[in-house]
Design a protein around this ligand. Structure first.
Ligand code: FPP
Length: 240
C-alpha cells in the first residue's frame, strides 16, 4: 500500500439482524407468520446477491435463544418455516455452490429439524462460493459461556495452561471457529442494538442501521449498505 493509493476495505463477512417481520405483517393487517414468510423470501434474495457481490460468509440471525419465549404458535410457525426451507430450498444452495452452517443450541430444536440440519450441512460441506451461517436458538452470552467451560476443561485436564490462553486460542472454542469476524453488521427496522448476537466476533465490525423492515429489504438496500461500508475508514483501534 503506497501513501497515495486509497485503502480499500475488504468485505468478506456480512452479518445481518433480520428485524421487523412482525411490524411489517401488522402494517398489512396480517398475522406475524406472514411477515416471517416474506422475510424468508428476502433472505433468499440477499443470499443470491451475496454470491454476486463475492461475499464469502453471510451470517443471519434467524432465531435467538430469547425467541423461545414468543407465543407458542409463532415459535411453531418459525420451526415450520425452517423445516420448509431446509427441505425445499436447499437444491438452490447446492446448485449455487453454497455451504450451510448452523450455529446455536440445536439440541433445543425438534429432532427432525436437527436431523435435517445435519444432512444439509454434510451435503454442502465442500461448497465454497459462499458460506451461509444461520444463527438458530443462538445467544452470544451462551456461546461465550460454553467456550469458557470448554477452555476450563482443557486447563483442568492439563492440556492447556491458563497463562497461554490467547484471543486466537479462545476464538477456536467458539462456534464460529475458522470463520473470520464480520466486517459489516446490518440491522433492519430502525432498532440500533446488537441483541446478544456475535458479541465476541463484532469487536471491530462496522454497523449499518436502516429503518427498512426486513421483508422490504432488497438487493438495492443491500448494495447501499455495502457502499456505505466501502466509504468507512476502519482503524481497528490504531491511530491512522
Ligand atoms: C425478527 O422480526 C425476525 C425473526 C425473529 C425471525 C427471522 C426469520 C426470518 C427472516 C425467516 C427466515 C428464516 C428462517 C430460518 C425461518 P420480528 O418478528 O422481531 O419483528 P418485529 O420486531 O417487527 O416484531
Amino acid at each position: 500500500m503506497t501513501e497515495d493509493s486509497p485503502e480499500i476495505n475488504s468485505l468478506t463477512h456480512v452479518a445481518i439482524i433480520m428485524d421487523g417481520n412482525g411490524r411489517w405483517a401488522k402494517q398489512q393487517n396480517k398475522k406475524t407468520i406472514f411477515g416471517h414468510q416474506e422475510g424468508a423470501k428476502t433472505l433468499q434474495k440477499i443470499v443470491e446477491e451475496s454470491v454476486r457481490q463475492k461475499i464469502k460468509f453471510l451470517t443471519v440471525y434467524a432465531f435467538s435463544s430469547e425467541n423461545w419465549l414468543r407465543p407458542k404458535d409463532e415459535v411453531e410457525s418459525l420451526m415450520g418455516l425452517m423445516r420448509h426451507m431446509l427441505k425445499n430450498e436447499v437444491k438452490k444452495l447446492y446448485k449455487k455452490n453454497i455451504k450451510l452452517k448452523i450455529i446455536g443450541d440445536r439440541s433445543l430444536l425438534p429432532k427432525d429439524l436437527q436431523d435435517l440440519i445435519q444432512k444439509v450441512e454434510k451435503k454442502s460441506e465442500n461448497n465454497d462460493a459462499l458460506t451461509v451461517i444461520m444463527a438458530i436458538s443462538y445467544g452470544a452470552h451462551q456461546e461465550i459461556l460454553t467456550a469458557v467451560k470448554k477452555v476450563s476443561e482443557q486447563v483442568s485436564k492439563g492440556h492447556l495452561q491458563a497463562k497461554d490462553i490467547t484471543q486466537d486460542i479462545f476464538s477456536d472454542f467458539l462456534e464460529t471457529k475458522d470463520i473470520p469476524d464480520p466486517d459489516l453488521l446490518i440491522r433492519t427496522s430502525g432498532e440500533q442494538r446488537i441483541s446478544n448476537f456475535l458479541l465476541w466476533q463484532c469487536a471491530y465490525t462496522e454497523f449499518y442501521f436502516t429503518p427498512v423492515l426486513w421483508p422490504d429489504f432488497n438487493e438495492t438496500e443491500y448494495q447501499k449498505a455495502i457502499e456505505t461500508f466501502y466509504g468507512r475508514k476502519r482503524r481497528f483501534g490504531l491511530r491512522e
